[in-house]
Design a protein. Structure first.
Length: 201
């Protein structure tokens, strides 16, 4: 009974915060409602998320620098995995649809450009410098796809966690990489960071 109550309370809290964030752009809301909802959305998007992203990068760099001797091995695994003929034949012959689904989902979840909504968000921005806004869009994709994804891959490979392909190929694998170096407490930080990223998106 207690577990059900806890889940209900958590669900209600998440629903309430999401309602506040999603109503921030509602033109039919009253001025008081808009002030409250815009404050919540802006606080998460402009304060919490950059802090979480910065902390994520710092934790990743510390782990990588503490395992500098494993970087050549990690880069070798990345290149071999990308250009190994068995990876291509396995994707085409064995599970083409599964490979396509996972590849497309990774592209979509990586950043907003994966589904084409990133340009819509930047086009709606109220700015006097549209070129600068467009550069922000380019920077966003580069930072997320090249920097963050590369750091995440190096964290997983340099941490030495066992990769059971298909079993834990998402956030669980990243959390395992961090917890192997920093301990179990970092899993809480990673979960909170992911919630903030999802909330702001």
């Amino acid at each position: 009974m207690k577990k059900v109550m806890k889940k209900t309370i958590y669900s209600m809290f998440i629903a309430a915060t999401m309602l506040l964030a999603s109503c921030g752009g509602n033109s039919n809301a009253t001025s008081t409602e808009k002030v409250a909802t815009d404050y919540v959305a802006d606080t998460v998007a402009t304060v919490v998320v950059p802090f979480m992203a910065f902390a994520y990068i710092i934790f990743a760099l510390l782990l990588i620098f503490s395992n500098l001797d494993k970087i050549p091995m990690a880069v070798e695994l990345i290149v071999k995995g990308a250009f190994n003929p068995s990876a291509f034949t396995g994707g085409v012959v064995g599970s083409f649809l599964v490979s396509m689904r996972r590849g497309v989902s990774r592209g979509i979840f990586s950043n907003e450009a994966g589904i084409g909504t990133g340009s819509i968000a930047h086009a709606c921005a109220d700015t006097k410098a549209p070129v600068k806004q467009g550069m922000f869009g380019i920077f966003e994709v580069f930072t997320d796809t090249i920097i963050i994804c590369t750091l995440t891959a190096l964290v997983i490979l340099c941490s030495g966690v066992g990769i059971d392909y298909g079993a834990a190929a998402g956030a669980e694998l990243t959390i395992s990489g961090f917890t192997s170096a920093y301990g179990s407490w970092v899993s809480i930080f990673t979960a909170v960071a992911m919630c903030c990223f999802a909330f702001s998106t």
